[in-house]
Ligand binder design. Sequence first.
Ligand code: AMP
Length: 412
Amino acid sequence: MKFAALGLSEKVLEGVRAVGYTEPTPIQLRAIPLVLSGKDVIGSAQTGTGKTAAFALPILSKLADHQPGGPRVLILEPTRELAAQVETAFRDYARFMDLKITVVFGGVGYGKQNDELKAGCDIIVATPGRLLDHLEQGTVKLDKVEFLVLDEADRMLDMGFLPDVRRLVEQCPRQRHSALFSATVPPQIETLIQWAMHSPETIEIGARRTPAETVKHVIYPVSDTQKTDLLLELLKRVNYDSVIVFCRTKHGADRCASLLKRENHAVAVLHSNRTQKEREQALQGFRDGKFEVLVATDIAARGLDIADVSHVVNYDVPQHPEDYIHRIGRTGRAENTGDAFTIMVAEDAPHVFAIERFISQKIPRVKLENFDYRYTALFEEPKAGAAAGFPGKVRGGRVHGGYHFAPGGRRR
Ligand code: AMP
């Protein structure tokens, strides 16, 4: 099936050709005709499936060129980075249309945003807090919005943005088309759906919880004191082009980045204590290949479109199983293969089991050959009939579970 058969406008099809897409992805095949027919849509496809174009292309097709008195489209995103990325995608797809597209997010001055909003725009891509500020200051009105997209809704919930989202939605006309994307649908999102949407159709691409099938997952158990040694060794041995290393805390990310810098890796850091400028430089430098390693907290995990990430390393196991999916969604995007490594220490075991239950998949434990392991209880053979402290075994190749390392194997 080609894009041309989906009913998109000629100008949008030209835009699609210019960005080089030849065939629609599964979510685009399902969502584009629905949005074009005026239906409200809930999409639960994971990131990396082409969901931005799935809502952007039909919305653009339904807009004529610039008209005074907008905005007619409002896209809400949980993070500044995502907002910037989605704005860029809209500009790409709409390059043959005469539309004014504005991005609005916090952490930067108001001047440019005020000017653009006052000049009038057709499409706003925004994070909720700053847009609410503009609404309160009267720099923007939402009473002409025809299309509303709530992207990464579960992330907005996690970040405490739902009250702001509700206040913004209340300012939009009741007569509008809405789309909502969310990897998971917890009860609060269900309530939002009931309240904000009109008989929506749900599109689920693949099992909701299945990580991209192109990603190979591996867990490296290690003792707490050897986490950084193992990380350095992994980076040394793996033939990576670009790798994102995820840490639990901002402080941990800074520490990890300095360590990698000392070992001469080209490293950038992304977390919410960095200024907007530093965050942009980190992302741009990583995209351009100036930095090969991006050390990030979960703020970077959702939806960021960074092409060709060859590896994701979870230096810290994510505490929420859904964050695992989002983190590893950075690799194996758009059908490239990628590797996802998780470093696990003893106290991570409950979180790892929760992840495995969540994705209905056991992740193989791998021992790095010739790495000078110290003893860790994680390598103990589970006792027959014991509660699964270390579930199952995967044999064959270099992957085998339930290692037994005698204490004599300690370094020093
Ligand atoms: P998204 O899930 O929207 O973040 O998109 C993930 C990546 O897939 C982005 O780099 C898009 O440019 C790319 N992409 C989206 N749709 C297509 C398509 N139909 N063909 C090829 N690449 C696509």
